[in-house]
Each structure stands twice: as C-alpha cells, then as structure tokens.
Design a protein around this ligand. Structure first.
Ligand code: GLN
Length: 479
C-alpha cells in the first residue's frame, strides 16, 4: 500500500514508530496531487513549501525526543473558507480572489498546534453556497469514486482530496450539510459538530447561526482524532461552548448495546431514492443485530426545514456579505464609477457569482420592511418548533438515524441548472443545523457501485455517542 493511501491514524502509528517521516508522508501527498489533481480539481492552492517546512519541523522535534501530539506530522487539507495566515483564502469567490488573511482561523491554529502540516486549501461552492462544488468561481471538483460525478458540496474539494488520497484528512464547514453530504457522496466519514463545539473564529461567515467547522476523514477513528484536535472553548467566538472535550477515541469501542435509536419517518419518505433508503435500512438492521434498539418515530415539523433554511440562511448571508464592498479588502471594480454606490454595485456584480447574488437578493427580500414579519420572523418561529421536535426525541432516543443524502453522487452538470433539485439534496441534513445538534455521516453501503452514507444525529455535545454508533456501523462494513 502506498503511503498516501493510509488512514491518518495508520500514518500516525508509523510516524511514531519512525517507519516513515512526516516529510515523506507530506511528499507522498504532494506527489499524488501532482498526478491526479489536474483531473480531480480538489485544491485551489497547494502550499507545498509550507507543508514540507512544517513536516520537517515535526520530524526534527521527534528526532530530538520531544513529546508530540499523537497525530503530529499527519498532513491535513483545509477548506478555503477558513482563514490561513499568509496563505490566500478565496472562499472560491472572485471577490476574495487575492485575499491573504493576516491571521489563522482557530481550527487552523489547533491543527498547527497538533503538528499537522497544511497541504493546501480546497475548492468549494462559492461562500459555501451549494451542494456540488460546481458553484466555485474557479473550477469544478470531481468525485474520485466516479470521475463524471460531483463530490457533493460545499466542502467538495476537501472530500475529493481525502477520497482521492491527496490528503490524509481535511477540514470542512457545514451550514446545511456541507460536510456530511460530500462525505456521503465520496464514501468518507464527516461530522458536523454541535453548534458551539468548534470555534468559528476565522471561518468566513455564510449563515452565522448555522455554520460549524468539522472533519472529513477516511474512517471513524480518524474523525474522532481530528474532532479532538479542533474542538474546545475559544473566547474569540462568543458562541463557543465552555465545556470539556471528551477523549473521543476512548469511547469508540463501547458498542451500541443499551443505546436506543429513532428513525424519523419524515426523513425516509418523499424524495429519498428507494435504493438509498433500502441500503440505509439494511445498515440499521445490522446495528440492531449488534444490540441497538430501534423504532420509527414521527417528527412532523422537520417537513418545514427546507423553506425555513432558505429564508434564514440567505437572510444571514445577505447581512454577512454586506462587508464585501470594495472598500476595506477584496476585489474592487476597475471600471470608471460615477459615485460610491456605483462602485459598490459594479464591485459586487463583478465579484459575486450567480448563486451568491441570488441568495443575497432572497435574503434582502426576506429582511425588508413589510416582509420581515411574514418571512424572517415566521421562519425563526418554525425553527424553534423543529428544534422542539428534536428536544422531544432526546427524551426517548440516544441517536436518530436517516440517510445523509437522498441520492448517490449525481453527474457533473445534472442539477446545475435546476436550483430546486439541487436544494433537495440537503433535505436530510438541514434540520440538524437548524436544531444546532451534532450529526455524522458514515459509509453504510453502495448503490450502483457508489457510496451511500448513514446519518447519525445525537444530543447536543454528545459527539462521542454518535462516534460510537458510527464505529459500530463501520465494523459491520469491514466484517
Ligand atoms: N447546500 C446548502 C446551501 O447551499 C448547504 C451548504 C452548506 O452547508 N454550507 O446552503
């Protein structure tokens, strides 16, 4: 097996045993990128020199006998939505094409502290708006499992990098499914942590009440490790939770015996490909055989998730994206302008792609006088009802199970001109962001040779329980 095909924890073991150096592992990733990324399109920026320098630093500390974090030396890819000091951070948008942040995002800082060399910045849908990575201003990313198909989105570059062995693991962000859906479509594990579990400091904002940073990995153990690296309190994010971070790896093998799961009927019905549903239900049966208690449950307000999300997320985006005005940083029009308003208008119409413009318009409309009560305020109220459905479910269940994505990976171009179909891709993942709870996607089978993901949702701050169930599911796959 080639080095770049190892999981992160396998590589960590070899690094600790000094069978491989961090520099060799980093070089192996860079070689793979040179071979395959012209076709895959996972990276927007490859930081080869920086990664090799970080790797050599880890190697020399290890040689000196320093006590290092267990994962030190395992290269990581970072979604281009996270600020990286001195390294171009574009959010896959023309408006930030030449933006070089003066600081690191908190999650990036934690990766640095853990000794993870940064391989590069990955492609995404512009400002994380999309489900296929086709909305990038720069390029389309392809699915390593089937090159004519999308990797999902918006963290499609991170997913493709890991699934294509161009990185050992990666960070993504998830506002409505952007970690879990690409994980599902590329056959990876992805976790959207509880809102507040991982600092959003330095995460370029899309919809601030929904955004979270999380890992995309080759297996569940890697997800537990990387979540452990990035989770924890940070005073620079006012919504960061000041709670202890458990040892996620230590919990993995506890099994599912004694746990109770609900399967919401609302996430198995209309719009879910019957073959995907059968594959997910077969995985649920395998978990039952391991001792998980399962029953179907009703969560009626979940049905309103998509319309609620597509009012709240654009409303927050319209407000967040107001800062891109060509004055302080980012693109400014080179065309002649008549006054400052003309400068704003030209800058923003040149800088933002069609999907971003659409969402700014939708959000501005939902927030405007006369419509605020009818749309924004009503959506907030229904969000509370959805959250209550989950609060009630936690009285009975430790986890909830569903498909992650209603379909397997679709073809590049297949849904690009059909905004409704594209938005339906998030039908199972969006309720989780609205409720602020954690959820993972774990590979649970295949349909037509393409990966299917099982979504495991859990109580706030119980990522450890989710990981336990995910680990059990993974065992049933390899066994
Ligand atoms: N696809 C959803 C959207 O376009 C979710 C994206 C995300 O989670 N960032 O808004």
């Amino acid at each position: 097996m080639e080095i770049c095909e190892l999981t992160a924890h396998e590589l960590a073991g070899r690094l600790q045993a000094r069978e491989v150096s961090a520099e060799e592992a980093t070089q192996a990733c860079l070689d793979r990128i040179a071979e395959t990324d012209a076709e895959l399109g996972a990276y927007l920026t490859v930081t080869a020199d920086l990664a090799l320098e970080q790797a050599r630093a880890v190697d020399s500390r290890r040689r000196a006998g320093e006590a290092l974090p267990a994962v030190a030396g395992v290269p990581v890819a970072i979604k281009d939505v996270l600020c990286t000091r001195g390294v171009r951070t574009t959010c896959a948008s023309r408006i930030l094409e030449n933006f070089v942040p003066p600081y690191d995002a908190a999650a990036v800082e934690r990766c640095n502290e853990a000794g993870l060399p940064m391989i590069g910045k990955t492609n995404m849908d512009e400002f994380a708006m999309g489900s296929s990575t086709e909305n990038s201003a720069f390029k389309v990313t392809r699915n390593p499992r089937a090159i004519d198909r999308v990797p999902g989105g918006s963290s499609g570059g991170s997913a493709a990098a890991v699934a294509g062995n161009e990185a050992f693991w990666a960070l993504g962000s998830d506002t409505g499914g952007s970690i879990r859906q690409p994980a599902s479509l590329c056959g990876l594990v992805g976790i959207k942590p509880t809102y507040g579990r991982v600092s959003r400091y330095g995460l370029i904002a899309y919809a601030s009440s929904l955004d979270q940073v999380g890992p995309l990995t080759k297996d569940v153990r890697d997800a537990a490790l990387l979540l452990g690296v990035i989770a924890g309190h940070d005073g620079r994010d006012s919504t960061s939770a000041d709670l202890p971070v458990p040892d996620y790896v230590a919990e993995l093998e506890k099994g599912v015996q004694g746990l109770k799961a609900g399967v919401p009927a609302q996430l198995l019905g209309q719009g879910i490909d019957p073959a995907v549903r059968d594959c997910v239900l077969a995985a649920v049966d395998r978990l039952v055989a391991l001792g998980l208690e399962v029953e179907e449950t009703q969560m009626p307000h979940i049905d309103y998730s998509l319309p609620v999300y597509y009012i709240l997320a654009p409303a927050e985006a319209a407000s967040n994206l107001a800062r891109y005005d060509g004055v302080r940083y980012g693109h400014r029009t080179a065309k002649p302008v008549s006054d400052i308003y003309d400068m704003f208008a030209k800058t923003r119409s040149e800088g933002f792609g069609p999907e971003v413009r659409l969402r700014i318009m939708l959000g501005t409309y939902a927030l405007s006088a006369g419509y605020y009560d009818a749309y924004y305020l009503k959506a907030l109220r229904v969000r509370t009802l959805i959250k209550r459905n989950f609060d009630e479910a936690w009285q009975k269940y430790d986890v909830l199970l569903s498909p992650t994505s209603p379909t397997v990976a679709f073809k590049v171009g297949e849904k690009a001109d059909d905004p409704l179909q594209m938005k339906l891709a998030d039908i199972c993942t969006i309720p989780i962001n609205l409720a602020g709870i954690p959820a993972a996607s774990v590979p649970c089978g295949e349909v037509d040779g393409l990966p299917v993901g099982l979504q495991i949702m859990g109580r706030p701050f119980q990522e450890d329980v989710i990981l336990r169930v995910a680990y059990a599911c993974e065992q049933t796959m390899s066994g």
